[in-house]
Design a protein around this ligand. Structure first.
Ligand code: ADP
Ligand code: ZN
Length: 773
């Protein structure tokens, strides 16, 4: 520790630490040894804290003790002589560029989160002391199917006394026939010996494959000749590149209209010609390898791809390359919005309506909202692109907040595919004809279309947004549904491996032989999941090469990209999956898209249920007919008259908005009003309810006393999922006409309302929630 210098005046700085308190901390900079790096706002500093040391960020020089609070709840003021000196300044320059620090300050204010917590999430874990570097493995073993087993009879015989081997083999099949061995072992909870046995029987092969440090770097991207923009694309590119500092654009382009080319050309201007930097946000990197590849094909070494499977070391490497200016384009999911770039010229938010841009834990930010603010602070343009813009962005654009740019047609004169709605309530549609496999799941129309598509050599995509085999298990005698002991959620029945699983907390138990309530022996599987559809498809179309893509088949690092690459190479005939398969895939040979059950998300108690369904159906329909052979879409539903379905079938975004917006007026929901969800949770049911009641009363009094104009308190009420991971959940909604009054009320709440230290009670503030479940 440096000796305190007696000579006045001492320099005092305010430091944000990653602690759950709304204040920054004051430290002294004693002496100034020449070796010490300079301290400016954004510098990392090592400070003494509670007998240990912590890494914080300098947010500025302190005004004299007792002066203006530096942030929110103020700075912890100690008597001047007791102010401790900082211990170290590890970096020669600030880790957080000045403009990014301003954005973090805005986030702390807007989302009501301590600045130190925002800053921690904006920096790689290695810089905040939250992680240590660890070496990544260099090679892995991959299991590949050697012999296909189309006949169920042969399969039964081969695996008569080898149930584990069968599970492993069938899981590998569902992965499209190729998967890292450790992924299979992890999914099945089996020993690697099972795979060795399969290999010995000649059913699979185990191959060695080397893993590069950056898996994206190993993907081949062919540099292709630049395409000439269509007139609509050219107009959008011209408008964006002529945009004023901080200007926002909403690029509404139908599926297949070539939005990516617009992004690429904007970046060519901003990065190549003007020498600035740029950020490209995509919803989930693993699901959009094609989009990412196109940026890499054009900009090569200038691109840093930030994805969730990077190790802490790799993430730090990428961060450093961006901070130093060695790479000038950051492509990544949500957190790439914190890329430490200077001289930012453009921010692109692709598929801006995607819910994955919202972070589910503190800081609960929405990357699109942060992007708009970051662009304004940096003087960059921001482009929000989507075929189905969020109602928030649409309304903002219609009020002049963003400039609306439209790509109304598919590139090359392609048409949007014709969509047929199949009403499953019609008896013979539901039953299908005869005893054909898949009857009851595939309507005759969809069955026929799949058959034709296979015969003609086309590829099909089938969507069912529910994973597992059956969504719940019910006792036929007493009606009891198997539920998670920690959550108020039914357990999903999974077949490979055979388990009952809670999709919220991952609790698992072995399948039940009898009902634990009444002892009844008949347990029915209810509700269809992807595993069951997969099984039916393999029986109905034994020759088809099938791949299933959902959370269960893709926990391996590169499983998504592997499966999608195989679809791209024409090695898969039918790709079945959850919403994952609806994202920006561009496969010209996909001539059929089928939706097994469009109603899955429609009945959720959430005000965005219709919007989500409309977006999902529009997006998945947009995967069909991108090539010269055209395409068709078949959607199975029991609610064909619902506006989300009707308008998705007609590719009518504007008509959907016109019908959906009035539904958000009474009761009022975003974008008509501003919303915050105040979530109370705790170990004890009645204590949680009491906290929620107290909170609602407190808020009510505050609104009246302070005359907070246009703020309404709704609730308290139990959350739709009233128990999660052993915690009870109640909530209170705050609705406001103006953003500013909501900010003031929330800040007052966060700093003044006291949560009693009992029953692990907790209050969570979620501004602009994407889900109210
Ligand atoms: P979107 O993201 O709007 O659904 P994409 O950007 O994936 O559409 O483009 C769809 C397809 O059209 C891609 O295969 C792309 O290469 C191609 N494409 C885009 N613009 C042009 C163009 N101006 N000329 C020729 N092909 C284009
Ligand atoms: Zn659970």
């Amino acid at each position: 520790m440096p000796a305190s210098s007696i000579s006045a005046p001492r320099r005092l700085i305010d430091v944000a630490l990653p602690l759950p308190v709304f204040q920054t901390f004051r430290y002294a900079v004693d002496g100034d040894p020449p070796s010490r790096n300079p301290i400016v706002p954004g510098s990392r500093v090592v400070v003494p804290l509670r007998g240990g040391r912590a890494i914080g960020i300098c947010v500025g020089d302190s005004v004299a003790a007792g002066g203006e609070p530096s942030h929110g709840g103020g700075t912890a003021v100690q008597a001047a002589p007791r102010i401790k000196p900082i211990l170290d300044v590890p970096d020669p320059g600030p880790a957080v560029p000045a403009a990014l620090l301003d954005v973090c300050r805005w986030m702390a204010d807007y989302y009501v989160v301590p600045l130190g917590i925002v800053l921690r999430s904006a920096l790689p874990a290695l810089l905040t002391g939250a992680a240590r570097p660890s070496p990544a493995p260099r090679s892995r073993r991959v299991a590949v199917i050697r012999r296909h087993l189309p006949s169920l009879l042969e399969r039964d015989q081969l695996f008569a006394r080898a149930a584990r081997q069968r599970q492993a083999f069938e899981l590998l099949e569902s992965l499209g026939g190729r998967s890292p061995a450790d992924h299979l072992v992890e999914r099945l909870g089996c020993s690697p010996g099972v795979l060795v046995a399969l290999a010995r029987r000649g059913l699979i092969a185990l191959e060695k494959e080397s893993v590069s440090r950056d898996p994206f770097a190993a993907r081949d991207v062919a540099a292709s000749a630049p395409l000439a923009p269509t007139p609509a694309q050219a107009a959008a590119i011209a408008a964006i590149t002529a945009g004023a500092a901080g200007q926002g654009f909403l690029l509404h382009g139908i599926t297949g209209s070539g939005k990516t080319l617009v992004y690429l050309e904007v970046l060519r201007e901003v990065v190549d010609r003007r020498g600035q930097s740029a950020i490209v946000l995509v919803p989930e990197i693993a699901l959009t390898p094609q989009t990412v590849d196109r940026f890499r094909a054009v900009f090569g070494d200038k691109v840093a791809v930030l994805h969730s499977s990077l190790s802490d070391g790799e993430r730090y490497d990428a961060w450093r390359a961006l901070r130093s200016g060695e790479r000038r384009i950051a492509v990544g999911a949500r957190s790439a919005i914190f890329a430490p770039l200077d001289n930012l010229g453009a921010i692109i938010v692709d598929e801006e309506h995607e819910a994955s841009y919202k972070q589910g834990e503190s800081p609960r930010y929405h990357a699109r909202e942060v992007a708009v603010v970051r662009a304004r602070v940096a003087g960059a343009v921001v482009v929000l692109g989507s075929a189905t813009p969020s109602l928030e962005s649409w309304v903002t654009a219609s009020r002049g907040g963003y400039r609306l740019l439209t790509l109304p047609e598919r590139v090359g004169g392609g048409r949007l595919p014709a969509v047929e709605l199949i009403d499953l309530r019609t008896r013979n549609e539901e039953r299908g004809t005869g005893a054909r496999a898949g009857a009851g799941i595939l309507s005759p129309a969809l069955d026929r279309a799949l058959d034709e598509c296979l015969t003609s050599g086309g590829q099909s995509i089938l969507l069912l947004n529910r994973r597992g085999f059956a969504s719940f298990i019910q006792c036929s005698a007493c009606g009891d549904v198997a539920a998670c002991p920690s959550c108020s959620i039914s357990l999903t029945y999974h077949r490979t491996p055979e388990r009952l699983i809670c999709h919220y907390c991952r609790y698992q138990e072995p399948p039940r032989a009898a009902c634990p309530k009444c002892g009844g022996a008949t347990l029915r599987q209810r509700g269809l999941g992807t595993q069951q559809v997969e099984r039916l498809l393999s029986e109905r179309f034994p020759a088809a090469r099938l791949a299933r893509m959902d959370v269960d088949t893709t926990s391996g690092k590169w499983a998504h990209a592997d499966i999608l690459d195989r679809v791209g190479r024409g090695e898969i005939d039918i790709l079945l999956g959850t919403q994952m398969i609806a994202k920006g895939l561009d496969f010209p040979n996909v001539t059929l898209v089928g939706v097994i059950d469009a109603d899955v998300g429609l009945n959720l108690p959430d005000f965005r249920a219709s919007e989500r369904t409309f977006q999902l159906l529009s997006q998945v329909a947009g995967r069909a007919g991108r090539g010269a052979r055209g395409g068709r879409v078949i959607i199975q539903t029991r609610l064909p008259a619902h506006h989300a379905l009707r308008h998705a079938a007609a590719h009518a975004y504007q008509a959907f908005v016109d019908e959906e917006l009035p539904a958000r007026v009474k009761p009022a929901y975003p974008p008509v009003i501003r919303l915050a969800n105040l979530l109370c949770s705790g170990d004890d049911e009645s204590a949680t309810a009491r906290l929620a009641e107290e909170l609602a009363g407190w808020m009510q009094a505050l609104v009246v006393r302070r005359g907070a104009a246009g703020v309404t308190v709704v609730g308290p009420a139990p959350c739709p999922i009233d128990r999660l991971k052993d915690r009870w959940r109640w909530h209170v909604l705050l609705k406001a006409e103006h953003s500013g009054s909501l900010t003031r009320v929330l800040r007052f709440l966060a700093t003044r309302f006291e949560v009693p230290p009992r029953h692990r009670l907790r209050l969570t503030i979620d501004r602009n929630p994407v889900s109210l479940l």
